[in-house]
Design a protein around this ligand. Structure first.
Ligand SMILES: C[S@@+](CC[C@H](N)C(=O)[O-])C[C@H]1O[C@@H](n2cnc3c(N)ncnc32)[C@H](O)[C@@H]1O
Length: 406
């Protein structure tokens, strides 16, 4: 029993929350669930009644539990390098495609700081005659209500994130800000779960930001959400994810810009080479019957240790299959055998983080940073994908909160 609460009830609460949000079990805050259940029981509700209500994932209690575990931390122009990249490269490329509208989507927008920042960026870069439209969606309806009010306090403005484009005016009290009407006019909000396909009427987008959302998701839920997001991109459109949210290029997309940006593009038609044709198997000639005596057996060979990237791929396959303990064992032995193999350090650190073992993730990220700093920033580091050393340093910095990116 957890503090006197029925474990069946808490287990069911976790299941309902995981199924609705896509969160990994360890990303679901147990105390938040307990608080909700305790409050219901204090109102005189019996365990059986609550269990019965949780049979319906759309019940008020289920919605209350989901709301309790969501994390809505956000601020204006978070990760400013994304907005700078859009202004210098992403938007000019979209304009070269010749559309008369720039469309953005902030998926998992919390209280709206991100979609308003995106709208301000698009408006500042759109030439006359090109319209701008931004959609902000979130599973948390109360956050969307805050977003629609468009008035924010000091917590939404951070020193680390400059106001890159005109976005708000400061109220007379000097503490609150209100979003400029021009930015507000082009920004709309709708409730949506990233596990469900995007609505057809939303159309396709030139830019989709989905940052600091997938970090809570299970691997399977993250893949589903990314597939939905990718399906909503125009050809050539960009998907921008948070720094440590994916460790490889999502299926069907190509990397765009420096790797630490975590920006991915939907290829233009014909841009990707077609898959190699499937060749019919060539019948093998039947070898003639051996007439000479068989050769002596080969001397016993000592198998060479597997290459770091082979072990890494083995671990990735295990992660795909849901065998995280197996993957962790392979990666542990990989970082012991090849402590300078940066992709292994990052993979294990992320696995530990996803498993809730921050104490184990921190030293790995510190080791990753120390080793990455010893390499020239543009030196390519071999791994499942060859990435420059600065990608590993930026990932470790972002994790350790060293603030070089923000
Ligand atoms: C930490 S905030 C990130 C806000 C913003 N993207 C940023 O980076 O500043 C995460 C948001 O994701 C939302 N979220 C979590 N799971 C979701 C899901 N399955 N579908 C849609 N939104 C979800 C939460 O409600 C929360 O508002």
């Amino acid at each position: 029993m957890s503090g006197g609460l029925d474990p069946r009830l808490l287990a069911r609460a976790r299941e309902v929350v995981a199924a609705t949000t896509g969160f990994r079990d360890d990303a679901i805050a147990g105390e938040a669930l307990e608080r909700v259940v305790r409050a219901e029981m204090a109102r005189g509700r019996a365990v059986g009644e609550l269990l019965g209500e949780l049979l319906r994932p759309d019940s008020p209690l289920a919605a209350q539990l989901v709301r309790a575990v969501l994390v809505g931390e956000t601020y204006f122009f978070r990760q400013p390098e994304h907005f700078r990249f859009l202004a210098h490269e992403g938007i000019p490329a979209a304009l070269r495609r010749g559309g008369l509208m720039l469309r953005g989507w902030s998926a998992g927008c919390a209280s709206g700081e991100e979609p308003y920042s995106l709208a301000a960026c698009l408006l500042a870069c759109a030439p006359a005659g090109v319209a701008v439209e931004v959609l902000g969606t979130d599973i948390h309806e109360a956050s969307l209500e805050t977003a629609r009010r468009a008035t924010y306090g000091s917590w939404s403005r951070r020193e680390s994130a400059p106001q890159l484009f005109p976005l708000y005016m400061v109220e007379a009290d000097g503490r609150h800000v209100t979003i400029h009407p021009a930015v507000r006019r082009v920004t709309h909000f709708a409730p949506a779960n990233l596990l469900a396909p995007p609505l057809e009427r939303w159309g396709h987008f030139d830019v989709i930001l989905c940052r600091n959302v997938l970090t809570y998701f299970s691997t399977a839920a993250r893949d589903v959400a990314i597939a939905h997001l990718a399906s909503a991109l125009v050809p050539g459109g960009l998907l921008m994810l948070g720094t440590v949210e994916v460790d490889r290029v999502p299926a069907g997309l190509v990397r765009e810009g420096p790797p630490e940006l975590q920006a991915f593009r939907r290829p233009l038609p014909g841009e990707l080479s077609p898959p190699p044709p499937v060749r019919a198997p060539v019948p093998r000639p039947v070898p003639p019957r051996r007439v000479s005596p068989p050769p002596p057996p080969p001397p016993a060979l000592v198998a060479p240790p597997p290459m770091p990237s082979r072990m890494h791929l083995d671990a990735l396959e295990r992660i795909e299959e849901g065998d995280e303990p197996g993957a962790a064992a392979v990666l542990e032995s990989l970082v012991k055998q090849a402590p300078d193999y940066l992709p292994g350090l990052l993979e294990l650190a992320l696995l530990r983080e996803r498993g809730g073992a921050r104490d184990a993730a921190f030293p790995l990220m510190r080791a990753l940073r120390a080793r990455a700093c010893q390499l020239p920033p543009d030196a390519l580091v071999e791994g499942p994908e060859a990435l420059p050393a600065r990608f590993y340093q930026a990932s470790a910095d972002a994790y350790l909160n060293l603030g070089t990116l923000e």
